[in-house]
Design a protein around this ligand. Structure first.
Ligand code: NAD
Ligand code: TYD
Length: 345
């Protein structure tokens, strides 16, 4: 594909920063990150990109709900495509206060759509969503999975706001002909993930000799995908997806939280005495499982990562080697959040 300019919203977050790095490393596209820098947005996630890639990379601070700011970045950089990742992303926070989720995830997506529509231009919009929009599956029916036609049945306020944003995008395609594609990824893991999500939270706790708070019975199942595999799918959707279509991007790698926790404990050579069995998350989804055959067939994409154990170990190594990155994130706002949730620990 000819080099394009990609406007990447939310590019200072976990998935976005890894996407910027992948695109700059593996394609000739230009990347303009547009990010509000909320608690989970961090310019350190993008360190070195300007030095390595010069004019192929730019950063603009802004809010996706701020229409003049969105118009300004579109006018200045005239992107060929928008990859929309900006979001409030943590289920536990959405249970405490859903309003920022509806604002950023729904209104922010509507603002992007309105700005594209008003320009009468032909930017492609890739809306990066989640398998959580389908709700969950029972543990005792392992043969079941969700495909792109499955009904949306979100359980958490986070998932509800993402489902709303998907519908905003798909209806804008139908009504206004906006060139939009939606991806629904499973649970990502890898470097630069904010240490409130389970893998970096548990890994950084274990580095510090602290216990890991496992919710409920630990039997909830997630489908883990390395962030580079997920982002290769997003790029494939940008380059080869059909307008108006949804593509599931899963890792074909389902693990219960207890299995995941045991693997993390093994990486640190410690035993189950390091598990703190805490109260369950309200509305906690039991199992996520998605059929990725459409993305494989139509995008020529499938998750390519090494063995799960190796990918997990190299992720743990990254957190061990990048203490200067995560340690400041586990004080201040993060500590206040956990103290609100569990009391002092
Ligand atoms: P994250 O919380 O690490 O990053 C979110 C980024 O969005 C941050 O840089 C933040 O500053 C920015 N942001 C938030 N509100 C904004 C606003 N109003 N305007 C501009 N920028 C704003 O989240 P993540 O895990 O990197 O997720 C990124 C996207 O990928 C989200 O849309 C999420 O739903 C989707 N996704 C994530 C996963 C996962 O496992 N992490 C899986 C599937 C889909
Ligand atoms: P999380 O990383 O928050 O992702 P999501 O809720 O989007 O799937 O959580 C992944 C799983 O880990 C989920 O089933 C909840 C569980 N979990 C814990 O058991 N303890 C924790 O401290 C956290 C943050 C999550």
């Amino acid at each position: 594909m000819a080099p394009q300019t990609i406007l990447l919203t939310g590019g200072a977050g976990f998935v976005g920063a890894n996407f910027a790095r992948l695109v700059l490393r593996e394609t000739d596209h230009r990347v303009v990150v547009f990010d509000k820098l909320t608690y989970s947005g961090n310019l350190e996630n993008l360190d070195g990109l300007e030095a390595a890639h010069g004019d192929r990379y730019a950063f603009v601070r802004g809010d996706v709900c701020d229409r003049p700011a969105v118009d300004a970045v579109l006018d200045e950089h005239r992107p060929d495509a928008i990859v929309h990742m900006a979001a409030e992303s943590h289920v536990d926070r959405s249970i405490i206060d859903a309003t920022p989720f509806v604002r950023t995830n729904v209104i922010g997506t509507q603002t992007i759509v309105d700005a594209i529509r008003a320009r009468l231009s032909s930017e492609r919009l890739v809306h990066v969503s989640t398998d959580e929009v389908y709700g969950d599956l029972p543990l005792d029916r392992p043969e079941l999975f969700f495909n792109e036609s499955s009904p949306l049945a979100p359980s958490s306020p986070y998932a509800a706001s993402k489902a709303g944003s998907d519908l905003v995008v798909l209806s804008a395609h139908r009504t206004f002909g906006i060139d939009a594609v939606v991806t629904r990824g499973s649970n990502n893991f890898g470097p630069y993930q904010y240490p409130e999500k389970v893998i970096p939270l548990f890994a950084t706790n274990l580095i510090d000799g602290l216990k890991v708070p496992l919710y409920g019975d630990g039997q909830n199942v997630r489908d883990w995908i390395h962030v580079d595999d997920h982002n290769a799918g997003v790029l494939a959707a940008l380059e080869r997806g059909a307008a108006g279509e949804v593509y599931n991007l899963g890792g074909k790698n389902e693990r219960s939280n207890l299995e995941l926790t045991r693997e993390l404990l093994r990486c640190f050579g410690v035993g189950e005495e390091m598990i703190d069995h805490v109260a369950d998350r309200p509305g906690h989804d039991r199992r996520y499982s998605i059929d990725i055959s459409k993305a494989t067939r139509e995008l020529g994409w499938s998750p390519a990562s090494d063995r799960w154990e190796d990918a997990l170990e190299s992720t743990v190594r990254w957190y061990r080697e990048n203490e200067a990155w995560w340690r400041p994130l586990k004080s201040g706002e993060h500590r206040a959040f956990y103290e609100r949730q569990y009391g002092r620990r």
